[in-house]
Design a protein. Structure first.
Length: 293
């Protein structure tokens, strides 16, 4: 039976702003050899080669493949056997929100010299070997073969309405202006800070770690929260940071007229107003991640 695969890929900045949008400012910087765009063309070429390589290898191994740009990626069909994310961690996070329970996601870093790929299992030069290793029968696999593992995701609700239920990395809750103070209740405690980070185990090594959080093993069942730059002249907050066990929830109430919730990055912002109640809990849909163990 033909294996059906969905490939979700990123477009390079060069493709978007030079080839498609023909942005005159970017074109001027490129022509002037400006340091801010020094590697843009090289990154574009590497990304294009990786997408071409992935599609070629999948065709060679008998996959029936659909390819979609991540900006207009269609939902995973019921007959999709596997999803490939071609980009970096940002593309992987964008991709996984389309993927339900039981469909594995295989990340390929399209530009490893310039792109963060913690969630990626392969790159252009080793993709075919790692795909071959993954496709072997279980009894033939050796230590180090890519293996599917389950990653816990989070669910975010505002006033009882689910706004995101496949959050793999982290959630940021803060004032819409990053220079403004964030004011809110966290588990009933009134706080002021630069906002609140909430992270899964997969997201604990990124912004959460930079904010002073604790990196967690990928299989850790709890998620953690941390107020960033808490402001409390009278002492420490009781709930400035901690962990939320499976079955429990984190509760926030906004005291801001204009706030935002950003699940898994800045591409999917949700606006929150004063008095809105935010609940963050464990999702009932873990992600199947193909990981190098």
């Amino acid at each position: 039976m033909t294996k059906k695969a969905l490939v979700i890929y990123k477009k390079s900045l060069y493709q978007i702003y030079v080839q498609e949008k023909k942005n005159p400012h970017i074109a001027h910087l490129l022509a002037a050899g400006d340091v801010s765009v020094k590697e843009m063309l090289a990154s574009h070429e590497e990304n294009a080669k990786t997408v071409e390589r992935v599609l070629g290898v999948l065709n060679k191994h008998g996959f029936s493949t659909r390819a979609r740009y991540r900006g207009d990626a269609s939902m995973v069909r019921d007959d999709t056997a596997i999803v490939f994310s071609v980009g970096g961690d940002g593309t992987f996070l964008w991709t996984q929100k389309y993927v339900g329970v039981g469909v594995p996601v295989f990340g390929v870093n399209s530009d490893p010299g310039r792109s963060v790929g913690f969630l990626c299992t392969a790159e252009k030069d080793n993709f075919e070997q790692r795909l071959t290793d993954y496709l072997q029968p279980e009894e033939q696999k050796t230590f180090g073969c890519p293996t599917p593992v389950l990653l816990q995701r989070m669910k975010v609700e505002v006033n009882g309405t689910v706004i995101a239920d496949r959050v793999l990395n982290d959630v940021l809750f803060c004032h819409k202006n990053p220079a403004a103070m964030s004011t809110y209740f966290l588990n009933g405690e009134s706080q002021k800070s630069s906002g609140v980070w909430v992270a899964t185990s997969a997201g604990s090594t990124g912004a959460m770690k930079s904010a002073g959080g604790t990196p967690m093993p990928w299989s850790y069942p709890s998620f953690q929260f941390r107020a960033r730059e808490p402001y409390n002249p009278s002492g420490k907050y009781e709930f400035s940071h901690g962990f939320v066990k499976a079955g429990d929830s984190l509760h926030l109430i906004s005291k801001m007229r204009e706030a935002i919730i950003a699940p898994d990055g800045a591409r999917d912002l949700h606006h929150v107003k004063m008095g809105d109640k935010i609940t963050i809990s464990h999702s009932s849909e873990p992600l199947t991640w193909i990981k190098m163990l």
